[in-house]
Design a protein around this ligand. Structure first.
Ligand code: OSB
Ligand code: MG
Length: 374
């Protein structure tokens, strides 16, 4: 496809509720969007990098500069014949996977529109609906946590994931499990523990969790494999899995029994599908993680979640849990049975609210294919 222009934008949008993890608290999001114009159409991508380099090395500012100086110009002059060519076009740039994903996913979005097929179908999706869970941040008290869990269960969500850290774990998990003995429950430590905490983490087994997500270092497989041997609870890796090779290493070393796939963390749809396929062939279930996305990233997560091995409820939930007003139309809604219907219309299946985006934009920059010729 012939690319005419790539537009980068930064939007500032407050979250309806602050979101706290073991690494920090977010109250307002800085959203980086990539808008790609080609063949008379517009494709959208969202960069899921955070405001600070706490979840990963990337931030909105590092992604902005790498997109502007390296990835944008490389893509604009490449005119990819298929979105699957993007990883090759970006190959020379090491890392910066969230920045890469924002462009690659916009190209997939464009390709789906050009072929007039649903994005989910283009990716190889087979599910008509996807099962949804919620990720609940660290709250001020156990009572407040119970209130939030009660509200999300009443809304229909199929799995509750609780953020935890040393000092906010056993009592909180016990309180939730005692009140709801049978729900699908998991926790996410965002690498807040160390191997010396093994005996402490063994206490989590009594809560019959579906999984404990990323207990140890963000770049580790080996120590997770030692920990997994001591736990009955399945470990799920998030931060550690950067690509298909990592997924294979983690599965072979038995560092985890479940994998969280985030498009941004692995560098785009192509690699996300490769991780999915590797896990599927080895009988490892996956689910789609979230990064406090607006509707654009959320719609891409829905499409990805329609692939076969996404059998566990993901962190893809309703727009209204994050935003007073989402930047897509209709906003993402979840049924009373905790499911999102995968769109069957061409492309991502949600309209982008360009007027609202323009209002929320605090900076924008255009990369034009023409200027690159010289
Ligand atoms: O570890 O899954 C995570 C949010 C920001 C950074 C990391 C994570 C999360 C979440 C929220 O858990 C998922 C969501 O609801 O978008
Ligand atoms: Mg996580």
């Amino acid at each position: 496809m012939k690319i005419d222009a790539i537009l980068l934008r930064e939007l500032h949008i407050p979250l309806v509720h602050p979101f706290e993890t073991s690494f920090g608290r977010t109250t307002q999001r800085r959203i980086l969007l990539a808008e790609i114009r080609a063949e008379g159409l517009v494709g959208w991508g969202e960069c899921v990098a955070g405001e600070h380099p706490y979840f990963s090395e990337e931030t909105v500012d590092t992604a902005w500069s790498v997109l502007l100086q390296e990835l944008g110009p490389a893509l604009a002059s490449a005119d990819p014949e298929h979105p699957g060519k993007c990883p090759h076009i970006f190959k020379q740039v090491r890392g910066n996977r969230m920045a890469k994903a924002s462009l690659e996913n916009a190209i997939w979005d464009l390709e789906a529109q050009m072929r007039a097929v649903p994005l989910a179908q283009l990716l190889g999706g087979v599910r008509e609906t996807i099962p949804c869970g919620v990720s609940i941040g660290i709250q001020k008290s156990i009572e407040e946590t119970l209130d939030v869990v009660a509200k999300e269960l009443a809304a229909g969500y199929q799995r509750i994931k609780l953020k935890c850290k040393p000092g906010w774990d056993l009592d909180m998990l016990a309180a939730v499990r005692n009140r709801w003995p049978d729900i699908l429950l998991s926790c996410d430590a965002n690498s807040a523990y160390r191997l010396r905490d093994t005996e402490h983490l063994m206490n989590f087994d009594e809560f019959k969790l579906l999984m404990i997500e990323q207990p140890l270092w963000a770049d580790d497989f080996y120590y997770h494999s030692l920990l997994q041997k001591r736990l009955e609870t399945a470990i799920c890796l998030d931060e550690s899995i950067r690509n298909r090779r990592d997924a294979l290493a983690a599965i072979e070393m038995e560092s985890c029994r479940i994998i969280n796939i985030k498009c941004g963390r692995v560098g785009g749809f192509s690699e996300a599908i490769a991780v999915h396929n590797a896990a599927h062939e080895r009988g490892i279930p996956v689910w789609c993680g979230g990064m406090l996305e607006t509707g654009i990233g959320r719609s891409h997560n829905i499409a990805l979640s329609s692939l076969e091995d996404f059998s566990l409820p993901g962190d893809v939930s309703a727009s209204k849990r994050y935003w007073a007003e989402d930047i897509i139309e209709p906003e993402v809604t979840v049924s009373s049975t905790g499911e999102i219907t995968v769109p069957t219309t061409p492309g991502r299946g949600f309209e982008v609210r360009t007027d609202l985006i323009e209002q929320l934009t605090v900076r924008k920059e255009e990369i034009r294919a023409m200027e690159l010729v010289s």
